[in-house]
Design a protein around this ligand. Sequence first.
Ligand code: IPM
Ligand code: MN
Length: 353
Amino acid sequence: MDLKIAVLPGDGIGPEISEQGVAVMNAVCEKFGHKVSYQYALCGADAIDKVGDPFPEETFKICMDADAVLFSAVGDPKFDNDPTAKVRPEQGLLAMRKKLGLFANIRPVETFDCLIHKSPLKDELVRGADFICIRELTGGMYFGEKYQDDEKAYDTNAYTRPEIERILKVAYEYAMRRRKHLTVVDKANVLASSRLWRQVAKEMAPKYPEVETDYMFVDNAAMRMIQDPRFFDVMVTENTFGDILTDEGSCITGSMGLLPSASTGEHTPVFEPIHGSWPQAKGLNIANPLAQILSVAMLFEYFNLKEEGALIRKAVNASLDANVRTPEIQVEGGERYGTTEVGQWIVDYIKKA
Ligand code: IPM
Ligand code: MN
């Protein structure tokens, strides 16, 4: 297969992990005989500094022209600490989601046995937890009508029926391929937008008779996730709830540096780690490249290249078993590997496989 990849390294540790993602992509393509080409593009604080726009038109064109986007991270403290800043790196991410029509954000919450001791939850609660959060990504409060003056401010949580239907369809399709259990998370006891979500879900559920659908209020879901994370298989929810719940999800597994995600929708899909740009670690060769590398696995799987994805996952597991790990997940007394060393080890494993 011919693959045209837009690479958006972004800020902080972004460029370092991006390099490892590309190296792994190259190794896999070589092994399986795929032809891959890359177009690099600016985004985030880096793009603001260079061209004054966190998601420049040129970057948008490169993304639209590609088969997939390999995204790393955006964000820089110089903007976080300046509330008057008019342009912010995060706006680049939101612009990318909106312009590429990326309405479905797929965030798997997976545990790695060898990292369970890093979880804030008890081993017996979290071991084996494995669910996917499908977060609606281009609607709700993030993009609804906003107003702000010194006395009053609001964000509108607007959803239309087609927006809800298309994300529920994605969620049902995932549930059909997994354990056939879908939890629709909302706040239908208070919010009108949630009541429409629930109404549409109730209408759609009979079309998927094999899937057990349940409905849960978001506050209850937040609690259930720490009390009994294995309850969940596929969870679907609106933009803001999904933002909050996926941070919770990524930390209960103890492996937040390892979780990839995919955003899909109308145009080119984007694959990226769940973690942020960790500016303090920039240039230190200590950032964990595994979430980025696993997003490359998700990229292959998106194109139904299952063996390619599986080989990457196998290589990542082997690196963990061999204790080839970056400092934050290294076992006590274990040797410390850098970003590039972990990436290289995985590349070598793939070449030898
Ligand atoms: C995420 C992030 C973004 C969001 C920020 C950086 C705008 O937290 O991808 O979850 O809120 O969606
Ligand atoms: Mn978030």
